[in-house]
Design a protein around this ligand. Structure first.
Ligand SMILES: *Cc1c(COP(=O)(O)O)cnc(C)c1O
Length: 386
């Protein structure tokens, strides 16, 4: 359906085609080649803070490599934000380690420093200090990094930032992904920039990044024949995908601005509806890329299911917020620290169409349709029940 308004669709340009053409002309098609090195440099220049970058084939594989580099394995516990996409937690299980989930704080929707410290203390008391912390910057919103970095340092636990959704977001004017011992980005098709599929591992520690590149290309020893002294992975980004990335990253600042404008538009045209509250930046330290514009609907009024269905009738895609990991059947046996804040965001949260390629007409149509849900509250309740 060509006229469908998607939640977040790829926003492609001419530069990408030129880079891909270049790759074809020079026959650099494999997961090795000049675009990969150049794309890594582009990301390094953009995020700054002396970070090094390994481009890989997904955000999930970047996170998996981070855990491998920290030596996490069976018997280890990893603390992970519960309110997230499953890809934040799955690599813990790939490594045979145990995931321990932590609730969010109300203001950022990200891991609560309070519950994080509670969890660390309790795990230590139970006999096992956690081996890593995975913090997520959901929908581009920074987590409370000052507090979280302090906790990680005080307890000497490595910190991994899942910034899959947060390229271009800042906390205290510093790029997200550069605070932790390691950070990851995703360039999946729906993220703020895309390489069709792809991701990156970033760290100040160049030894880790070199090791990540080695592991991601099947861990072949530096010899004229195929010798392997450790288990490798086929996780490297292809030169074609990196070419797309080189074109995409030239526009990153514009994309952040466009997505922030989407949020401002929704806020301007929906704030008079008392049932809607916006996911605000808690204070001036927080600068979100607004990967997705998200809202909460007051419980007991119009349901999010009704809104999603109403928009779908007009060929507009909206989605529920992530379902917390501690409520997932697959993670039901994992420990959890917190209350019901993540659950509340899941029960009442809604992600609105947020692409940087939305037109003014698209946004007006979305707002008009959304408003109809609220102007007929009694009807809305009726339709969700029957
Ligand atoms: C998209 C995403 C990932 C995974 O990235 P892929 O490139 O799709 O593997 C991980 N964590 C979060 C929070 C994400 O949104």
């Amino acid at each position: 359906m060509s006229n469908k308004i998607w939640l977040s669709s790829p926003h492609m340009g001419e530069a990408e085609i030129d880079f891909i053409k270049g790759a074809f002309e020079n026959n650099w098609i494999a997961p090795v080649g000049p675009h990969i090195d150049a794309f890594e440099k582009d990301i390094e220049n953009y995020i700054g803070n002396d970070c090094h970058v390994a481009a890989v084939n997904s955000g999930t594989s970047a996170l998996h490599l981070a855990l491998i580099l920290l030596g996490i394995g069976p018997g280890d516990e990893v603390l992970c934000q519960s309110m997230t996409f499953s890809a934040s937690a799955n690599p813990i299980v790939y490594q045979g380690a145990k995931a321990v989930f932590v609730d969010s704080e109300e203001q950022s929707w990200n891991i609560s420093p309070l519950f994080l410290e509670q969890a660390i203390k309790d795990r230590i008391k139970k006999g096992k200090k956690p081996s890593a912390i995975i913090v997520v910057h959901l929908y581009g919103m920074p987590a409370a990094m000052a507090e979280i970095v302090t906790i990680a340092q005080n307890y000497e636990i490595p910190l991994i930032e899942d910034a899959a959704e947060a390229l271009g977001s800042c906390y205290k004017k510093r790029m997200l992904g550069t605070f932790g011992d390691m950070g990851i980005y995703s360039f999946n098709g729906n993220k703020i920039i895309t390489t069709s599929a792809g991701g990156a591992l970033v760290s100040k520690n160049n030894v880790w990044i070199d090791r990540a590149k080695f592991l991601a290309t099947q861990a072949k020893d530096n010899l004229p024949y195929y010798q392997h002294s450790t288990i490798g992975y086929n996780y490297r980004m292809s030169n074609i995908c990196a070419g797309i990335g080189r074109g995409q990253i030239t526009k990153i600042e514009l994309r952040v601005m466009q997505r922030r404008n989407n949020f401002e538009f929704y806020k301007k045209h929906l704030s008079d509806i008392p049932e809607i509250s916006f996911h605000k930046e808690p204070d001036a330290d927080y600068h979100s890329n607004r990967w997705l514009s998200t809202i909460l609907i007051e419980p007991g009024t119009v349901t999010k299911e009704h809104i999603i269905a109403t928009l779908a009738k007009q060929n507009i895609e909206a989605r529920c917020t992530w379902k917390p990991m501690h409520l997932q059947p697959v993670f039901k046996d994992c420990p959890y620290y917190g209350e019901d804040i993540a659950e509340h965001v899941f029960e009442n949260g809604l992600c609105l169409p947020s692409g940087s390629n939305l037109t003014g007409e698209d946004r007006e149509l979305i707002v008009r349709q959304l408003r109809t849900c609220f102007l007929n509250v009694s009807n809305a309740a009726f339709y969700t029940h029957y």
